[in-house]
Design a protein around this ligand. Structure first.
Ligand SMILES: NC(=O)CCC(=O)C(=O)O
Length: 267
């Protein structure tokens, strides 16, 4: 399976509509190069541009969803369209979309761990509650978003639900680039799964983005890594490699469930 990660630049001097059209064009240009295309987190507005979240929010089936569905259909690819600010029932969510090659919505995922502690996304958006996997023809994807990468239990849950590869769109700052790379490799090694981590380039809301999108295989080898600027990564994923790694080094079978429960609280 061929995958392309589009590390798009998010800069405030490019209007959201223009970036949406440009992202759709970049997806179409992957036709013939990819079976799966991935975009980053909140690439319309910028993950740190929290002042704009409400103004740029959209419902499901809004402009971003429609533009990405058309692009997926035109390109004939599975598209993880990154995330957008979803408005629903008076709340905002950081919602990712996975679209099939005929443009149908295969899955949506609302980010569970919101970033910002006492500001930004953490206070402006509501948290998702559901783990999401998507069955592609030869590979089961588990999805997470950016800050989720710091929470290994989410990825374990996705493995238990059948995930063989994780797609993690992000808007990760340059300041913590070392964490990004380390966590992407850790999630791959501990879960014996591919990690496709797609970040943004550029600077928005005064926050320089790390770029450095990365694809790690189930053995922890880096298949491709971007630089800091706008770039497209193309890789080939082999589902048999997940099976082989899990058979040849069956560490997942040695899990001791419940061991994380504090001693005094065990039944
Ligand atoms: N958009 C995010 O979730 C940022 C996460 C981040 O900066 C970090 O975990 O560090």
């Amino acid at each position: 399976m061929r995958a392309s990660l589009i590390q798009i630049a998010v800069d405030p001097d490019e209007p959201v509509d223009a970036r949406r059209a440009r992202a759709a064009r970049l997806v179409r240009e992957e036709s013939g190069h990819a079976d799966l295309v991935v975009l980053p987190e909140l690439w319309t507005v910028g993950a740190f541009a929290s002042d704009l979240f409400a103004a740029e929010s959209e419902p499901l089936n809004g402009p971003t969803h429609r533009a990405m569905a058309e692009a997926a259909r035109d390109a004939g690819v599975w598209l993880h369209a990154g995330s957008f600010v979803e408005a629903e029932g008076g709340a905002l969510y950081n919602t990712s979309l996975v679209l099939s090659p005929d443009g149908e919505l295969a899955a949506s995922y609302r980010k569970i761990h919101r970033f910002g502690f006492d500001k930004g996304e953490a206070v402006l958006m509501a948290a998702g509650e559901d783990l999401v996997t998507v069955d592609l023809p030869h590979l089961t994807l588990g999805v997470g978003t950016c800050y989720d990468l710091r929470f290994p239990e989410l990825f374990r849950g996705l493995v238990d639900a059948g995930a063989q590869a994780f797609v993690v769109p992000a808007g990760w700052p340059a300041l913590r680039r070392a964490h990004w790379t380390l966590l992407a490799k850790a999630r791959a090694v501990e879960n014996q799964a591919y990690v496709l981590a797609c970040g943004t380039a550029g600077t928005h809301a005064g926050v320089e983005q790390a770029g450095h999108s990365i694809v790690v295989d189930p053995w922890g080898e880096v298949l491709a890594e971007a630089g800091p600027d706008e770039e497209i990564l193309r890789v080939v994923l082999d589902p048999a490699k997940v099976t082989a790694t899990r058979e040849q080094f069956p560490a997942l079978k040695d899990r001791v469930l419940g061991v994380a429960t504090p001693r005094g609280r065990r039944g």
